[in-house]
Design a protein around this ligand. Structure first.
Ligand code: ADE
Length: 233
């Protein structure tokens, strides 16, 4: 008997000038399942219809000169205003290499929100006034520059969606992911127990849950020391 039912827990609106980029990654696997289960609603908004010029351009030369175009203020402001007519947003997030670096604790925190907007930048960036007046948070997925914020927005959306209760089934629970307790996940194995003479650690075949959990914890610590020692500080 089903005693309870998951209800919509998060709405994500993504603003982009390249909506077609989202067709693949956001329509498969876990993200698709989350939408089907009604746990998330994901809307991709094309910025271009919000332009106010005949050419439908969304970028212009930078004041003061210099190389690179800047995304104009009007289409972004108009698009955000349109969205705000129908929902209130907990966060309006700009994806940018100079934002706060994404980590698991930010993902956990963001996954508790009801409604968020992810704004994807392009070219040399967006008019600073958007950042000053409309954006509530700026996120980078690492110290490197992508051609646009779309891949970064997909990374954020994916990392949040998998944390929403009911999205993953129990055995792949997000609580056992790397970083959830500031430790990397331990090594995992599946059948066969021996392949080309390469053996699965005996303890994992012992059936002793306590010993297996201890082993996994020790392996997590070992891996974290080797690969991300700063997490143990
Ligand atoms: N846009 C371009 N590069 C980016 C990055 N590293 N993180 C977030 N958004 C970006």
């Amino acid at each position: 008997m089903v005693l309870w039912k998951f209800t919509l827990v998060m709405r994500i609106d993504i603003i982009t000038c390249l909506p077609e980029l989202f067709d693949g990654p956001m329509n498969h696997s876990i993200v698709k399942r989350a939408q089907k289960k009604g746990l998330i609603e994901l809307y991709i908004h094309d910025l271009r219809p919000f332009t106010i010029n005949k050419q439908k351009s969304i970028d212009d030369y930078a004041y003061g000169g210099g190389a690179g175009m800047v995304m104009m203020i009007e289409p972004i402001d108009r698009c955000i205003n349109e969205l705000k007519k129908h929902s209130t947003y907990d966060e309006i997030i700009f994806m940018t290499p100079d934002g706060d670096e994404l980590n698991q604790s930010t993902c956990n925190q963001l996954s508790l929100n009801k409604n968020i907007i992810l704004l994807c930048g392009h070219y040399k960036g967006i008019d600073q006034r958007i950042r000053d007046h409309l954006i509530t948070r700026e996120i980078s997925i690492g110290d490197y520059v992508l051609s646009g914020g779309e891949l970064a927005a997909m990374v954020v959306a994916d990392s949040l969606i998998r944390l929403i209760p009911g999205v993953l089934n129990d055995e792949s629970s997000a609580l056992t992911d790397s970083f959830q307790d500031n430790l990397l996940a331990p090594p995992v194995y599946t059948r066969p127990a021996v392949y080309k003479g390469w053996e699965v650690p005996k303890i994992l075949l012992s059936g002793n849950e306590v010993l297996i959990n201890d082993w996994r914890h020790e392996e997590s610590i070992k891996r974290t020391k080797e690969k991300r020692p700063h997490l143990l500080d």
